[in-house]
Design a protein around this ligand. Structure first.
Ligand SMILES: Cc1cc2nc3c(=O)[nH]c(=O)nc-3n(C[C@H](O)[C@H](O)[C@H](O)COP(=O)(O)OP(=O)(O)OC[C@H]3O[C@@H](n4cnc5c(N)ncnc54)[C@H](O)[C@@H]3O)c2cc1C
Length: 382
């Protein structure tokens, strides 16, 4: 039997498994999906995460392929509102590294045990000094026990750790359209661009291989329209063209729609049971920190669980400090994501003029505070 059972082989569970293996702990990784995948969501890795992943070698693997984004620009109505200089961060990695999520997951998986797939965990119960875990696999139910269980199963696995409806959260009214596409070479290929005008936000972020990620606040969401693929693609094309992103408009071939939620659990641990990643906190992707939060959860937890296994006793003060730090970090990310979501909404002409002036002021002299906030510069030293 493994010392640690990890539920969920997304980026967060995978990193925890790899880090535990590096610390000599036997862990099992179970995932309900029968194959890896699930499309690309997260693309940005921030300085504290890149620093935390160095010892296991994942940072080197990620940076072999990632674009190092050293500069961000806010543009409005065809003019530059301000610049965010990630290259001025006092960090070992003064940039945001962008890479599609499946490639990040592959970089994290090196050294981790292979996940046992098709294993859907349906219940976890305390049984003395162990936890009893129930799962279904190929239509049959099985049970096992483990001394320590970590749930990294994303939002859908919250019920394994928390009471129904807990932790409380909320859904924003906003909806966004998203597409990744290969675009012709451009002078600002390594610059993260945020277009901010009366129609709301449109983000245009670099990816490897001459690709870009486009995300636009969706008018269809405001109107409550539940529409089809062609209508979504047409709306994203129109949003891109309206901001002068004509090559992006021509390049995209599909547009996905997503909504955003906010959930921050006040506790990540009950005895021998832990919740990390999206299971414990979900923040708006407009801010790009959700996966980063989970990776920091896992990187910080692994050495503490290893100590617990090695010494046969929980390192209580360190676990309490880890939990406090991670809850605080998630709260900060949720606040920033809320601010971004509000800032990216459509406004009237007068309000837009005020917003643009405020942006110019806030981003004067390289937007140091913005760069720190966006790149998780308030988290563990990078
Ligand atoms: C459009 C979009 C863009 C985003 N962009 C960014 C970004 O730029 N930067 C960023 O940091 N974050 C971003 N995020 C957030 C990021 O994708 C998530 O925070 C991240 O994927 C969470 O990782 P996780 O491992 O906690 O959960 P998940 O990725 O959800 O993985 C959970 C795994 O657990 C498995 N599982 C679930 N339930 C069970 C069960 N009962 N039994 C067994 N297995 C189970 C699932 O099959 C899955 O494989 C974005 C999200 C979206 C939607």
């Amino acid at each position: 039997m493994p010392d640690v059972l990890i539920v969920g082989a997304g980026p967060v569970g995978t990193l925890l498994a790899a880090e535990l293996a590096r610390h000599g702990v036997e862990a099992a990784l179970w995932d309900r999906r029968t194959a890896a995948g699930g499309g690309t969501r997260a693309i940005g890795l921030h300085a504290p995460v890149l620093a935390a992943l160095e010892a296991g070698g994942a940072t080197e693997r990620i940076l072999e392929r990632a674009v190092k984004v050293r500069r961000g620009e806010a543009r409005g109505g065809g003019t530059l509102l301000g610049v965010v200089r990630f290259d001025r961060l006092q960090q070992r990695h003064p940039y945001v590294a962008t890479l599609p999520q499946p490639e990040t997951e592959a970089a994290l998986a090196v050294g981790a045990p292979a996940p046992v797939r098709g294993m859907a965990v349906s219940g976890i119960q305390v049984d003395g000094e162990r936890l009893r875990v129930r799962a279904t696999h190929d239509d049959s139910t099985l049970e096992t026990t483990a001394p320590l269980v970590v749930v990294a199963g994303g939002a859908g696995a919250r019920g394994l750790v928390f009471r129904p409806g807990m932790p409380r959260g909320g859904e924003y009214p906003d909806r966004y359209l998203m597409s990744d596409a290969t675009v012709p070479p451009r002078d600002d290929a390594a610059v993260a661009v945020v277009h901010l005008d009366e129609r709301g936000v449109l983000e245009s972020f670099p990816l490897p291989d001459g690709r870009r990620r486009f995300v636009a606040w969706d008018t269809g969401g405001a109107a409550g329209v539940d529409d089809d693929d062609a209508a979504r693609l047409a709306r994203l094309r129109a949003a891109l063209a309206a901001r002068g992103e004509h090559e992006g408009a021509a390049a995209i071939t599909a547009a996905a729609s997503f909504r955003v939620r906010r959930v921050v659990a006040p506790h990540l641990r009950r005895g021998r049971l832990f919740a990390i990643g999206d299971t414990a906190h979900e923040v708006s992707p407009i801010g790009g920190q959700g996966m980063n939060l989970g990776l920091l959860d896992a990187a910080g937890l692994a050495p503490l669980l290893a100590r617990w296994v090695r010494e046969g006793a929980a390192p209580e003060p360190e676990l309490a400090a880890w939990e406090r730090d991670r809850v605080r970090s998630a709260g900060r990310a949720a606040l920033l994501a809320s601010a971004n979501t509000g800032l990216g909404r459509p406004v009237g002409a007068a309000a837009h003029a005020v917003r643009s002036r405020a942006m110019r002021l806030a981003l004067a002299a390289g937007g140091t505070l913005f760069a720190r906030a966006y790149a998780m510069g308030f988290d563990a030293a990078g």
